[in-house]
Design a binder for this molecule. Structure first.
Ligand SMILES: Cc1cc2nc3c(=O)[nH]c(=O)nc-3n(C[C@H](O)[C@H](O)[C@H](O)COP(=O)(O)O)c2cc1C
Length: 167
């Protein structure tokens, strides 16, 4: 099986922590850690399966490193490639824009023909609005270290089990 690229900024704290836990759940032989701050379109296209760490910043926006990669991403043909998105957010602090970054990235990827997998239930989360929401699901995994810190390990375990079936 080809390796899964776990793309995230190596410069983050909580996103990096989550990415490492996700990698452990898959097992090191299944994944490669890819720094989102250094990625080139050529390197990006050398994978077929991706787990992307997309936290939300600036009241409902992507962090700068993802924003800077989006114009290059928009030019890529991603048909036949599978993407699973996880994103850190804070539902108490930013209830109107909870994990919006996941939704923004999902829309870009879908326009490029990508297939999104790893949807999870919104049950147990309390927020007012989220671009990551479709019906009663998030288009990926929402991680809230601020108010659900104790649930992170279990959520990641269950999500990776789902991804192993869907990839
Ligand atoms: C200035 C600032 C703006 C933020 N905006 C949002 C937001 O709009 N929506 C959200 O869900 N979380 C928001 N957050 C919470 C972060 O996404 C959360 O702290 C996350 O864990 C950061 O992950 P990182 O440190 O790995 O980048 C914000 C945090 C800060 C400090």
């Amino acid at each position: 099986m080809s390796k899964i690229a776990i793309c995230f900024s190596f410069n983050t704290n909580k996103t990096s922590l989550a990415a490492k836990k996700i990698a452990e759940e898959f097992g090191p032989e299944m994944v490669e850690m890819v720094n989102a701050e250094k990625i080139t379109p050529e390197e990006f296209l050398s994978y077929k399966k991706y787990v992307m760490g997309v936290p939300t910043w600036f009241d409902g926006e992507l962090p700068n490193y993802w924003d800077e990669f989006i114009p290059a991403l928009e030019d890529l043909d991603l048909k036949g490639r599978k993407f699973a998105l996880f994103g850190n957010g804070d539902q108490k602090g930013y209830p109107e824009n909870f994990v919006d970054g996941i939704g923004i990235m999902a829309t870009v990827l879908e326009k490029c023909g990508a297939t999104l997998i790893g949807y999870t239930s919104t049950a147990g989360y309390y927020f007012e609005g989220s671009k990551a929401r479709r019906g009663d699901k998030f288009i990926g995994l929402a991680l809230d270290f601020e108010s659900q810190g104790k649930q992170i390990n279990q959520k990641i375990k269950e999500w990776v089990a789902l991804l192993k079936k869907e990839f």
